[in-house]
Design a protein around this ligand. Structure first.
Ligand SMILES: [Zn+2]
Ligand SMILES: [Zn+2]
Length: 238
């Protein structure tokens, strides 16, 4: 028997508070589940149980973990969540190991309970430092006819106006936050690159943002970059 805490420590660092760690749900996959073998064939040997297993889907701000336990433990947590009970993380359970990603392939896609969001309704800022903002928002591809807005996670630098290619990271699992967080961090480490962007944003947007956020936004800055006002609007949601 191991503490769930130990597994969190190993896979997610030392997140403890609700602000640092979120449990998105539990899955129970008993032996005899349809296509049972296809759940386990991707797993490392030590996680390949023939007796069924449960999974706790957990994530911190820039990491994700699938923690494995028995179906009985998972069923217990699923029932507790349905009753609206929240449980202390420091619960004694028989977690056997974990993956430091959320598997999304094959039958796993259906096993993940919900698409995760770090912000309310996938709209808002996840983290920022020295002008680099990592955020969630919705993106409509200009290249797809009748495309509906899809949740993405991406980053933007408000100093040099460099951006992550957020449209390529349609938000399916907490693992995408890890990728984007890594890219944003690399931008900070490598230093800002200054390039002139197209002038597309009217001064009216700057006035709107200033009014909405209560913080003065220099129109000259907005004129350089079409993403910055989006970031300011997301900031106003916090
Ligand atoms: Zn910008
Ligand atoms: Zn920059």
């Amino acid at each position: 028997m191991k503490q769930l805490d130990e597994a969190f420590d190993r896979l997610l660092g030392h997140p403890r508070t609700e602000e640092q760690l979120r449990i998105y749900g539990w899955s129970s996959i008993p032996a005899g589940t349809d296509n049972y073998a296809s759940y386990t064939e991707f797993l490392p040997e030590e996680l390949r149980s023939t007796d069924g297993f449960g999974v706790c889907w957990a994530a911190s701000r820039f990491s994700a973990a699938a923690l494995f336990t028995s179906p009985a433990v998972a069923d217990d947590h699923i029932a507790a969540m349905r009753r609206g009970e929240s449980r202390n993380l420091n619960v004694d359970t028989d977690v056997e190991g974990g993956l430091d990603v959320w598997p999304t392939w094959g039958p796993w896609e259906r096993a993940i309970p919900d698409k995760p969001s770090w912000t309310k309704d996938n709209e808002g800022i996840i983290a920022e430092r020295d002008g680099v903002v990592v955020y969630e928002t919705h993106y409509t591809s200009p290249f797809v006819e009748d495309a509906s807005p899809r949740p993405i996670v991406t980053w933007h630098c408000q100093i040099c106006h460099a951006s992550g290619k957020g449209e390529e990271y349609v938000y399916q699992t907490a693992g995408e936050r890890h990728t984007i967080g890594y890219e944003a961090g690399r931008h900070l480490v490598k230093g800002h690159k200054f390039t002139a962007s197209a002038v597309t944003i009217p001064e009216a947007v700057a006035e709107f943002v200033t009014r909405k956020t209560g913080r003065y936004m220099d129109p000259a800055v907005l004129m350089q970059c079409k993403v910055c006002p989006n970031v300011e609007a997301l900031r106003a949601l916090q």
